[in-house]
Design a protein around this ligand. Sequence first.
Ligand SMILES: *Cc1c(COP(=O)(O)O)cnc(C)c1O
Length: 403
Amino acid sequence: MSVTNLETNLTSTIVSPINGDIAASLSNSTVDALVSQYGTPLMVLDCDVVRHQYRALQDALPNVELHYALKPLPHPAVVKTLLAEGAYFDLATNGEVDLVQSVGVPSERTIQTHPIKRDSDIQHALRYGCNVFVVDNANELEKFIPYKDQVELLLRVSFPNADVLADLSKKFGCKPEQALELINYAFELGIRIKGLSFHVGSQTRSGEKYSLAILRCNEIMKQVTDAGLPALSTLDIGGGFPVHYTPDVLPINVFCAPIRDALALLPETVRVIAEPGRFLVAPSVTNIAAVMGQAERNGQTWYYLDDGIYGSFSGLMFDEAKYQTKSLIQSDDVYSSVLAGPTCDSIDVITDNIMLPKLNNGDLVVSTMMGAYCSCTATDFNFFKKAEVIVVGEETMFASISA
Ligand SMILES: *Cc1c(COP(=O)(O)O)cnc(C)c1O
């Protein structure tokens, strides 16, 4: 992924409201200017939208420390923008450690939350200065025996969520009933467990999933003190906050109401953190692709774009997200059309029924809501190069922040 700072007067995009939320929306002249400068395909990242999303989630969850999970869009401009907003960071891999380190994020503002790590991964994070890690079983816990004087751990608890795009509790997390035993084992080993974490799954449909998990974690915390073990001081409520791929998604402030209610029942001494990924970045990126060629097949026009399922639209395979796609030229004369990607593989179809005006080769197609789990999972299969990421709305000066 290459990074380019736009040195023109296109400092920021127009932001349009959807249900009180926003998505980057580029004017036609901005799209034309970007394409004439950089060609296609492009992914245009608007840092103003990232800022807006961070503030909206912080307003919806006051007193919760937001750790941006880098996984959906590991881009330095996002990290810089969020650092200037006062965010913290959730890292899972050595590459993510290296990225935040290169941007100058103080290590105290980071946690390493991959539940399964190699010794070399633990050492890599420790060398940077990140000393909060996540475990969910005894085998993983024992990996920290050599580092017990340096680390503080969160125990990840699973709360299955069948109702979600990606149910992360299938792959990670101990059962709530196992938590006390693991915390006791850590105590015997002399390893400090400072709190609990969970992830209810990505693009979660209702805040009740979180509130149930928070209440169950509160019970575990009581069990821990009742057992005479050191009190847990941190609760990490994970990521999964939803964005408006479709109009039925709740505005974030409404979505978070049950979460706020459940958090209000925790002891005041508990520090609450969250790990939002998708919510902070999904609306911030717009894809611009060009028509390479076209054909009439079975009563529909097929348009072959220079970006597709193996590229920026990879989220359609891996993530089941919905993007909003339109042609740059607008007309009332529209026809059922197919948008296909450029590779020679037949699964490389973005949508098999979209109403579009007649397009010419070279015409542009614009898709919004493409910030999360798109660029990062793109490939250059068939040697079609990945879309270049262009950054707009970046501030030149970053407020200095203290760790
Ligand atoms: C992927 C992930 C996140 C971010 O999830 P979103 O659904 O994008 O908010 C947060 N924490 C962990 C541990 C993750 O694996």
